[in-house]
Write a protein that binds this ligand. Structure first.
Ligand code: SAM
Ligand code: SF4
Length: 383
């Protein structure tokens, strides 16, 4: 029996000062003044379009992702949150995260975000090495990144994530370790530590920069950095996510636990469990900001809207849940897919025999080997 899980709200803000050469997110270089007011109006229209899918449900987290959400002035974020909370019930203590590029940290902006209700910031730092930052095409240097985080802390933010990437062009193990030391000195609550990937359709994929550490070197960096993060008191709870106790990202945890989310804004994806129909609906928006804005609020703004084939649900569930070190409870698998645990019994037994998963009566937990071979484990569950 499919039981609707916790609900989150994802808000996509698609513009950046400059497009980074490694980035395949739906982000667009800013040309001229940005239409903040019109964009917020379009977001609310989009939200209203999705409300019938979520009547009576409470929102447990909000995430402004991008692009560069910190290009938006605080009053636009405030306007959006006020209008959204008049239409949806926000849980007490609802986590509200805003992604921030350190190159957009104007003085006074953080007080405004805090007053608007934002209570968590995620900074795209990437590295504290100025040579690496230049090769990544970033718009800020390491001093600006440190200054931006301190400005936010002075404004009163205490729940801060730093995004770092490793295996960067020209980076060795000592350089990656030095990046982590500089991050620790800022006392973040959370660190996201991503291996740089060459995504198709990016400048880096077309013309890879020299000096990217090979897979063995990248593995050494990862292992060493994991030890450093653990020694500094960060729990490794997901492939790339590390948190101080109690500071896991509630929004991302909800994705990984196969929770529900409304996704609004250009190119945003949503997933909603419909109890009456016993189905999981996926819905996504047109990708291009101006195309989406011109039709937001109507069915024309949808890039797609479809129910997930039940035979695909085990794979989609595992793609998320097996990223977590905690794994998942079999009862949650049943509640979130509407499928009996017996439908995955053969695949689970196969994964256990290969040493990839531990299964007891109630929980499924990836082993260290299973975490390392994540894609192979998940592909066992392809229909
Ligand atoms: C939407 S961006 C975050 C905020 C903001 N746009 C910024 O870059 O400062 C999300 C994060 O994904 C990571 N990321 C983006 N492209 C990546 C890639 N090709 N490989 C690994 N990590 C990547 C970066 O750490 C980035 O901060
Ligand atoms: S600032 Fe962030 S979202 Fe924008 S292009 Fe760079 S990595 Fe991508």
């Amino acid at each position: 029996m499919l039981v609707p899980p916790p609900l989150s709200l994802y808000v996509h803000l698609p513009w950046c000062v400059r497009k980074c050469p490694y980035c395949d997110f739906n982000s667009h270089e800013q040309r001229g003044a940005l239409p903040f007011g019109d964009y917020v109006r379009a977001l609310i229209a989009d939200l209203e379009h999705d409300l019938p899918l979520a009547w009576g449900r409470t929102v447990h987290s909000v995430f402004f992702g991008g692009g560069t959400p910190s290009l938006f002035p605080a009053d636009a974020i405030d306007d959006f949150l006020q209008q959204a909370s008049a239409r949806l019930r926000f849980a007490p203590g609802c986590e509200i995260t805003l992604e921030t590029n350190p190159g957009t940290a104007e003085h006074g902006r953080f007080d405004g975000y805090l007053a608007a209700g934002v209570n968590r910031l995620s900074f795209g730092v990437q590295s504290f090495d100025d040579g690496c930052l230049q090769r990544l095409g970033r718009i800020h240097d390491s001093r600006e990144a440190e200054a931006a985080v301190k400005l936010a802390q002075d404004a009163g933010f205490d729940n801060i994530n730093l995004d770092l990437m490793y295996a960067l062009p020209g980076q060795d193990l000592a350089g990656a370790a030095a990046d982590l030391e500089r991050a620790f000195a800022l006392d973040p609550a959370h660190v996201s530590h991503y291996q740089l990937t060459l995504e198709p359709n990016t400048l880096f994929a077309a013309r890879p920069p020299g000096g990217i550490p090979d897979e063995d070197a990248a593995w050494d960096i990862q292992e060493h950095c994991q030890e450093m993060l653990a020694a500094a008191g960060f729990e490794h709870y997901e492939v790339s996510a590390y948190a101080r106790p109690g500071r896991q990202c509630a929004h991302n945890l909800n994705y990984w636990r196969f929770g529900d989310y409304i996704g609004i804004g250009a190119g945003a994806h949503g997933k909603i469990s419909l109890g009456a129909a016993q189905t999981v609906r996926r819905r996504w928006r047109l990708k291009h900001p101006t195309a989406w804005m011109s039709v937001a609020g109507g069915a024309d703004a949808l890039g797609g809207d479809e129910d997930v084939e039940p035979s695909r649900l085990p794979f989609e569930y595992m793609l998320n849940a097996l990223r977590l070190h905690e794994g998942f409870a079999l009862a949650d698998f049943e509640a979130r897919t509407g499928l009996a645990r017996t439908t995955i019994a053969a695949e689970l037994a196969d994964a256990v025999s290969r040493g990839w998963l531990d299964v007891d009566r109630e929980r499924v937990v990836p082993t260290a080997l299973g975490r390392r071979l994540g894609n192979d484990v998940v592909s066992l569950f392809l229909a």
